[in-house]
Design a protein around this ligand. Structure first.
Ligand code: SAH
Length: 477
């Protein structure tokens, strides 16, 4: 006979810290810890567990004995259901404290690194409406809240445009107002949804794979330009034209209105043709007079204002005088490379996505830069001795890898080159700590500066300046 799983209840659990994925954690009397969502350090709660592992439980708070003074009132009516901004219930100052703490802990516990004095984390001026890009999904099977189901009222519409419910691939939470992107983002999304409902334009059904409206991307920029990309699953020329015409007329401020017809299984747009309906096929972002062209598929840091702050820190850490050859590894569309180019003799950017590199080159030409060069390739493979021989031995390396951190080959090659300075920009301090541990023999950490790019979430960036130890020699001549 199968053993029945027991859900335990622990009373009076004090939440003592934040944990991975936006959760928080408390200790249980049996010596384990319990991870709980939607609670804040300092809360005291009764927890009902729903999962048990060797050293931990996962549970949910079923009663609050005490509310933490670190709490804040969430702005958003969708908080707690939407997976987007899990820390909205925490004061911003406390969010920053826990972000900083995570970075320091990772550097110390994973990397066992010697750290200089830690400078305070740089917070955002704007703690809401800071994103320049949002992606919403349409669905004909809207997520119903337990209250809605219990109310026994007639559910008038199952159509939704919003975000996936965490761990429910086919359920979409309908969003009325999202606090992450400035106006007219909310108005555009809601108007499209309402027009579609009124005019019998069908919404995608992910389970049975039918329906017209699939996803919506809205990009805004510091120049005031707006891009809207509607992705359809099924094509119906008349209905599609009617919808796009409606958007164009209602929002004449849209710079770029485009669409995609994608009837394959997944909704990623990267292998799809993006068709222009009105305006141009790109918008511009601007930073210190530099222009960056952004099309539907381009990567650009999603918090433009704070990206500027992050880049200033990287540039400051690099301490360039104008004579240096700099490598910008994982350059994306070459934004850091171009941002620092005026202060360097030459910058070489490397990135694996070919489209990003063509954007980088185009932007460099637009910005009249003749001292930047870009190469496509997987760094683990192309960052070879030949590459360095051909392009020169860098004096400074800036590296900004994805969440997985750097490939071991890349770390090894940086050690072989042994530039005077390495600036490591990271969106995951755990992998940053791992990589830095491999470089201990050659480098000391001069500076470490955390930067918050994503208020109301647990994400945090960290920039580290490494200085070569005296006596450590380059293996390349
Ligand atoms: N520095 C850029 C982008 C950083 S995001 C900016 O600030 O905008 C990390 C980048 O690394 C992405 O553009 C991603 O495409 C690229 N990348 C991921 N794995 C890579 C690899 N193995 N080799 C080269 N580039 C890679």
């Amino acid at each position: 006979m199968a053993r029945k799983k027991k859900n335990l209840i622990f009373e009076n659990i004090e939440i003592i810290d934040t944990a991975a994925k936006g959760k928080a954690v408390g200790k249980t009397p049996d010596g384990r810890v319990v991870f709980v969502s939607n609670v804040v350090p300092g809360d005291v709660v009764d927890v009902q567990t729903f999962r048990k592992r060797k050293s931990y439980y996962e549970g949910k708070a079923i009663r609050f004995e005490k509310y933490s003074d670190k709490r804040a009132e969430p702005e958003c009516e969708h908080f707690g259901v939407c997976g987007g901004c899990k820390w909205q219930n925490m004061k911003y100052k406390e969010q920053l404290f826990f972000k900083q703490k995570e970075v320091t802990n990772n550097l110390l516990r994973i990397g066992h690194l010697d750290l200089p004095e830690i400078t305070p984390i740089l917070g955002c001026k704007k703690i809401y409406f800071y994103r320049n890009k949002m992606e919403f999904s349409f669905s004909d099977s809207r997520w119903l809240t337990p209250e809605e189901i219990e109310s026994n009222k007639d559910i008038d519409s199952r159509f939704a445009c919003g975000f996936h419910i965490p761990k429910m691939w086919d359920k979409i939470l309908d969003i009325e107002k999202c606090f992450l992107q400035e106006d007219p983002s909310n108005d555009i999304r809601n108007s499209i949804r309402d027009f579609a409902v009124k005019n019998n334009i069908s919404f995608y059904n992910p389970r049975h794979q039918h329906g017209m409206l699939r996803t919506l991307m809205i990009r805004t920029s510091s120049t005031g330009e707006i891009m809207v990309v509607v992705q359809f699953f099924e094509e119906d020329i008349e209905k599609r034209e009617a919808l796009l015409q409606f958007i164009a007329e209602k929002f004449p401020e849209i710079t770029s209105l485009q669409y995609i017809i994608n009837n394959k299984g997944n909704d990623t747009i990267y292998d799809q043709e993006v068709i222009l309906f009105k305006g141009r096929d790109h918008i511009f972002e601007e930073m210190e007079g530099l222009q960056f062209k952004i099309n539907a598929k381009s990567f650009y840091q999603t918090n433009s204002e704070q990206a500027h702050e992050l880049y200033k820190i990287a540039r400051d850490f690099a301490g360039l005088t104008g004579d240096e050859l700099v490598y910008d590894l994982y350059t994306g569309t070459g934004t850091i490379a171009q941002f620092i180019a005026k202060k360097a003799k030459k910058v070489v950017g490397v990135e694996s996505v070919p489209e990003a590199i063509s954007d980088a080159k185009e932007n460099a030409t637009r910005n009249n830069m003749d001292n930047v060069e870009f190469f496509v390739g997987d760094l683990a493979k192309v960052f070879t001795e030949e590459f360095i021989l051909k392009n020169g031995k860098p004096d400074v390396i800036i590296t900004d890898p994805p969440r997985d951190g750097m490939h071991k080959n890349v770390v090894d090659q940086i050690m072989n080159i042994a530039p005077e300075k390495v600036v490591y920009v990271s969106c995951n301090s755990a992998t940053q700590a791992r990589d830095l541990a491999l470089m201990k023999e050659a480098y000391t950490i001069e500076k470490t500066q955390s930067v918050d790019m994503f208020p109301q979430t647990h994400h945090v960036e960290n920039v580290v300046l490494l200085k070569k130890k005296e006596g450590f020699k380059s293996k390349l001549t």
